[in-house]
Design a binder for this molecule. Structure first.
Ligand code: PEP
Length: 251
């Protein structure tokens, strides 16, 4: 039985004080479903304080939104996986389309980030998804297959079985245009079948696949009801406690 997960990607939002206040609001917004793991991915500056606040709260965990691909050194402004682990965070989002687009992150760089994340006992939440041009040209399956292969398929079966994948069609992120349940289920089923081909049935059936892209309190129920959708990676709607909790309660 795969775990159900809803992850909040705050992106570059919330001051330190506002971030802590949002956590308090989330914790005060009941009822929360303790069987759903709620992962909060704030900016780096919040990690230690939020990890501390959530450490005794059942069903909560903390993620970084990115990490550097090397262990340590003269990389001004960067944050390593080891540093992230030292805050109490347990997950790292890797390969978000905004990192791929605005920071030029390539598949080979992302593969290194996955490696260093796993080496530090952190769980990668690996994002992939096609651009609108790919979908219009009916190339979306090919594109996602390539991202899977280049970013993840170098991993050993035991390492692969530790990670989470988030399918985030780029055309749905922050646009208000959500993938239909047919589109989401179709791609998730395709991803699972590619994992099956590479790693076999057991690993493919146990890999957690999240959907991301304009997921909100209204559409989450239908999306999460899809057979191969195990939860969501949520941007905009995760910045309001009521909306985030409602999404987490949509299973
Ligand atoms: C995201 O950035 O991962 C995301 C899914 O954003 P939004 O929910 O705002 O589309």
């Amino acid at each position: 039985m795969r775990k159900k997960i809803v992850a909040a990607n705050w992106k570059m939002n919330k001051t330190f004080a506002d971030g802590l206040q949002l956590i308090d609001e989330i914790l005060n917004t009941t009822p929360v479903n303790n069987n759903v793991i709620k992962i909060i991915a704030p900016p780096f500056i919040h990690l230690a304080a939020i990890a501390d606040k959530l450490k005794s709260k059942e069903g909560f965990a903390v993620a970084a939104q990115n990490c550097h691909h090397l262990k340590s050194g003269a990389f001004t402004g960067e944050v390593s996986a080891e540093m992230i682990a030292s805050t109490g965070a347990e997950y790292v989002i890797i390969g978000h389309s905004e990192r791929r687009m605005y920071f030029g992150e390539t598949s080979s760089l992302l593969a290194q980030k996955v490696n260093i994340t796993l080496a530090n006992n952190l769980t990668p939440i690996f994002c992939l998804g096609e651009m609108i041009e790919d979908r219009n040209a009916n190339l979306h399956l090919e594109k996602v297959k390539q991202q899977l292969k280049e970013g993840l398929f170098h991993l050993s079966p035991s390492d692969f079985s530790k990670l989470i994948i988030a399918y985030e069609p780029v055309w749905a992120i922050g646009t208000g245009v959500t993938a239909t349940t047919h589109q989401a289920q179709g791609m998730h089923n395709f991803i699972r079948s590619e994992i099956n081909k590479k790693y076999g049935k057991n690993i493919s059936e146990n890999t957690i696949l999240l959907y991301g892209g304009s997921c909100n309190a209204e559409n989450a129920k239908d999306l999460f009801a899809c057979l191969d959708v195990d939860g969501g990676l949520v941007g905009g709607a995760s910045l309001k406690a009521n909306d985030f909790v409602a999404i987490a309660n949509s299973f």
